[in-house]
Write a protein that binds this ligand. Structure first.
Ligand SMILES: Nc1ncnc2c1ncn2[C@@H]1O[C@H](COP(=O)(O)OP(=O)(O)OP(=O)(O)O)[C@@H](O)[C@H]1O
Ligand SMILES: [Mg+2]
Length: 208
């Protein structure tokens, strides 16, 4: 079993979007996948309720507010969707549980600065190495000045910046139906899936 934590203290940067799409990627690759929703808002659990298990690969959801966290021995992948404003003991607990960490960041100066502080907090928990963390720029409009700034800022950290996920209605449509882009027809989402490729390669390499 391998565990991926999707986390950033900043709200609304795409933690749930990344978590649900990553769960959809694992599930469509026939890996037994569990999505754990640590956010009291329970957006990932709501997403899962919309997913039709008769038509799409099953993803098992767990709310730690309702059930103890126990995983069957045949589970292949666990995705942890963290809440906003996470810090202290809760952050340490989630980091300790995970093998790799994805940090979604929006391409705005405020978010970039906040992300730099947050990554320092992550490293200070002492339970994860730099090389196990990856930054994902989310809702990016390419060729904008802010995109170039983000690129520069992320190069400055010793953390890989692997994917730029564009702002796309595909994520919104997918979210409505309990789907990820990996569940959707290729002709609709090929550009988005292309953007995930470097991240997927990194994840698969680091999860072994
Ligand atoms: N790449 C994207 N393209 C279009 N919309 C997006 C994208 N990423 C996220 N969104 C939208 O932005 C909003 C916030 O995203 P999301 O809920 O994933 O963030 P979050 O970090 O989980 O938020 P919270 O901190 O509240 O848990 C949602 O409405 C989501 O549909
Ligand atoms: Mg969320």
């Amino acid at each position: 079993m391998n565990t991926v934590l999707v986390v950033n203290a900043k709200g609304g940067c795409g933690k749930t979007t990344l978590s649900t799409n990553l769960a959809s990627y694992f599930a469509t690759n026939e890996l037994k996948t569990v999505l754990v929703d640590f956010d009291p808002q329970q957006s990932a659990m709501e997403w899962l309720k919309e997913r039709n298990p008769d038509h799409y690969y099953e993803i098992h959801g767990i709310s730690p507010f309702e059930h103890r966290l126990r995983f069957a021995s045949d589970v292949d992948r666990v995705v942890l969707d963290a809440p906003a404003r996470i810090e202290g003991k809760q952050l340490t607990d989630l980091v300790r549980r995970s093998d790799i960490i994805l940090v979604p960041v929006l391409p705005s100066p405020i978010d970039m600065r906040a992300a730099a502080h947050f990554i320092k907090d992550l490293l200070m928990t002492g339970h994860i190495e730099e090389k196990k963390i990856v930054v994902v720029a989310n809702r990016v409009r390419e060729n904008t000045l802010i995109y170039q700034q983000l690129n520069k800022f992320l190069k400055h950290l010793k953390i890989p910046f692997l994917a730029s996920i564009r702002d796309s209605q595909n994520y919104i449509h997918a979210a409505e139906k309990g789907l990820g882009i990996f569940d959707m027809p290729w002709y609709q989402v090929s550009h988005d899936i292309e953007q995930w490729r470097p991240l997927i390669r990194w994840i698969n390499r680091n999860l072994g």
